[in-house]
Write a protein that binds this ligand. Structure first.
Ligand code: FES
Length: 117
C-alpha cells in the first residue's frame, strides 16, 4: 500500500502528491482528511479520486484495482471480487445499487489536490 502524505489548507483543497508521482493506469491510496482515497491517473492524463473501500468486501483495496474503461467510461475493477466501478460517478457498473464516494481532484502547480468537503 502506498500512503501519500497530506497537509490541510484553508481552501478545502488538500495537497496530496506531485502529479508525476502518479503512474498512468496505476492507483495510489492516500489518507486525506481522515478518508482513505484511491487516486488514479489514466493514460490520457485525467485524474480521478474515489473512496478506497470496496463496498462488497469492506476492504480498502480499490487503489489496487485494474484500471480500464467500460463503454468508454474510465473504471476500476476491485481486486477482491472484480466488480467494476465508474471512476467518474463511483457507481458500480455491475450492480448499480452499490457505489463509492467520488472526490473533486485537480492539479495546482504540479501538485495533486483533493477536496473532501
Ligand atoms: S496493501 Fe494497500 S491496498 Fe492492499
Amino acid at each position: 500500500m502506498t500512503v501519500l502524505s497530506e497537509t490541510v489548507t484553508q481552501t478545502g483543497w488538500i495537497p496530496v502528491c506531485a502529479y508525476t508521482d502518479l503512474l498512468p493506469e496505476r492507483g495510489a491510496c492516500a489518507l486525506v482528511g481522515g478518508h482513505q482515497i484511491a487516486l488514479f491517473r489514466t493514460f490520457d492524463g485525467e485524474l480521478f479520486a474515489i473512496g478506497n473501500r470496496d463496498p462488497f468486501s469492506g476492504a480498502q483495496v480499490l487503489s489496487r484495482g485494474i484500471v480500464g474503461t467500460r463503454a468508454g467510461e474510465p473504471s476500476v475493477a476491485s481486486p477482491m471480487h472484480k466488480q467494476v466501478f465508474s471512476l467518474v460517478t463511483g457507481v458500480c457498473l455491475d450492480d448499480p445499487a452499490a457505489a463509492v464516494q467520488t472526490y473533486p481532484v485537480r492539479v495546482a502547480d504540479g501538485t495533486v489536490e483533493v477536496s473532501v468537503r
